[in-house]
Design a protein. Structure first.
Length: 239
C-alpha cells in the first residue's frame, strides 16, 4: 500500500487548521498528516492537540522553507512514498489531490505542482494583478535558466516521490523555497510536471509572503534563481 503524507506548514492558522485536516481525512482516511507548527502565537497547537492531529512544533518561526523541510524529514524518517505539501489556510482543494499524485503513482514523474495557470483558465480564487505579474516574471526567469515552463512557480500545492523526499530532507531552500526548489530539480533533469488546480481564498491566518508589492523582494527572488541555477551543488536524488 502506498504511504501518503500531507505536510501542512502552519503559522497562526487557528481559524482553518482543523477544517483543513478534516477535509483530508474525510476524503481519504488512509492518508496521514503532519502539521508543522512554525512558531505560531495563536491556538494552532492547542487546537491540533485537542483534535488529536499529529503536530510538530518548532521552537521558533523558521519560515516556510524550514517548516516544509521539517515535514520532509518526518516523511523520510517514517518511510512515506509520497509527500504532499498542503497549506493550512484552506486555499488548497482536496479534490485535486488525485490529479497531483497520479503521475507519481504511475512512476512517470518525480515532482508535481498544482498550477492555477497551466491551462490558461482563471477560475477559482486568483491573487492580485500585481502578484500575478511577479509570478509571471519568476516563470520567465525559470524558463530562461532551465528551458522549462513552470506557470505557477510559487504554488505550495505540490507532491514529491521518495527520491525527492530524501533530497529535500537533506537540503531545501530557505529564502524562496518554491521557485528555488523547482529550479534545482529542473536543472538536474528530474521529471517535473504541472497539473491544473483551482484554489480557494484563504480562510484565515497569515501569509508567509509579506512583501509581494516590494520591488526589492522581487529582485531578490530573481537573483536567487540565477545563483541557484549556477551552483554546482547537487541534490542527492538516486535515479
Amino acid at each position: 500500500m502506498t504511504k501518503v503524507l500531507f505536510i501542512i506548514p502552519a503559522y497562526n492558522e487557528e481559524k482553518s487548521i482543523v477544517k483543513t485536516v478534516q477535509s483530508i481525512h474525510s476524503y481519504n482516511p488512509a492518508w496521514d498528516v503532519i502539521v508543522i507548527n512554525d512558531g505560531s502565537k495563536d491556538d494552532t497547537e492547542k487546537l491540533c492537540k485537542a483534535h488529536s492531529i499529529p503536530i510538530a512544533t518548532l521552537p521558533m518561526n523558521l519560515g516556510i522553507g524550514g517548516a516544509v523541510q521539517t515535514g520532509y524529514k518526518y516523511a523520510l524518517h517514517n518511510n512515506y512514498d509520497i509527500a504532499i505539501q498542503f497549506d493550512g489556510d484552506g486555499q488548497h482543494n482536496i479534490e485535486f489531490v488525485h490529479d497531483i499524485i497520479k503521475d507519481i503513482l504511475a512512476n512517470t514523474h518525480d515532482f508535481i505542482i498544482g498550477s492555477r495557470f497551466v491551462d490558461g483558465k482563471r477560475e477559482g480564487f486568483i491573487s492580485s494583478r500585481l502578484r500575478r505579474i511577479g509570478i509571471r516574471l519568476i516563470s520567465i526567469t525559470i524558463k530562461i535558466l532551465t528551458g522549462h515552463t513552470i506557470t505557477d512557480p510559487t504554488s505550495g500545492f505540490r507532491a514529491a516521490n521518495r527520491k525527492v523526499i530524501q533530497a529535500f530532507a537533506e537540503s531545501y531552500p530557505i529564502e524562496f523555497p518554491e521557485p528555488e526548489s523547482v529550479t534545482l530539480l529542473l536543472k538536474q533533469e528530474y521529471k517535473v510536471k504541472e497539473v491544473p488546480v483551482l484554489m480557494n481564498e484563504r480562510q484565515g491566518g497569515t501569509s508567509s509572503i509579506h512583501t509581494w508589492k516590494s520591488a526589492y523582494y522581487m529582485v531578490n527572488v530573481l537573483l536567487s534563481l540565477v545563483i541557484v541555477s549556477m551552483q554546482k551543488r547537487k541534490i542527492n536524488l538516486k535515479k
